[in-house]
Design a binder for this molecule. Structure first.
Ligand code: SME
Length: 167
């Protein structure tokens, strides 16, 4: 059972480590990919405070299509090269945006979003989608989040064969 009280007392790094521990617990105890991806968005929402959206977009043809998420209803499709998510796919690199107003082409799904982090999902050199997290605060994400969220996606990569899920 998850103890929310104890999470509230954790430091940021403790929360991020706990997030990845919870993810390993989820992925090692369930084989259904959709259940695993869905709960992974809830694990992020639980462990990272001051965020308003956490979820996935998956590459289908030349577009990213919305996957499981926590937060307000979001745009369904994003073209490669568009927005923060599409740019991350094009570059095959994670992106931290301190101020979404300063990112040209940022796609605002929730008008409260102020900063954002996007981690591409890359397996065997192929991009399958992105993990996207938004915050209603400027400068919410830094190198520490990048480190643990990159690890988060690596853990998912160990358990999920994305080509079987996407195609
Ligand atoms: N802001 C993203 C769009 C997705 S929402 O944040 C959920 C972007 O610019 O790609």
């Amino acid at each position: 059972m998850i103890k929310i009280d104890s999470i509230n007392k954790m430091t940021e790094v403790e929360r991020l480590k706990y997030m990845n521990l919870l993810l390993k617990g989820q992925l090692s105890s369930e084989t259904d990919v959709l259940a695993n991806i869905s709960n992974s968005t809830a694990i992020i929402k639980l462990c990272i405070n001051n965020i308003n959206w956490s979820g996935f977009y998956f590459l289908r043809g030349s577009e990213l299509v919305l996957g499981p998420f926590q937060g307000l209803p979001a745009c369904n499709r994003i073209k490669i090269g568009k927005g923060v998510c599409g740019t991350s796919v094009e570059r095959k690199e994670p992106i931290i945006v301190d101020n979404v107003n300063e990112f040209e082409g940022h796609i605002a799904c929730d008008e409260n979003s102020r900063s954002e982090i996007v981690i591409p999902i890359i397996q065997n050199d192929e991009v399958f989608g992105v993990l996207d997290i938004d915050s209603p605060y400027f400068n919410r994400f830094d190198e520490i989040h990048l480190k643990y969220l990159t690890e988060f996606v690596s853990i998912m990569n160990k358990y999920i064969k994305w080509n079987e899920f996407i195609n």
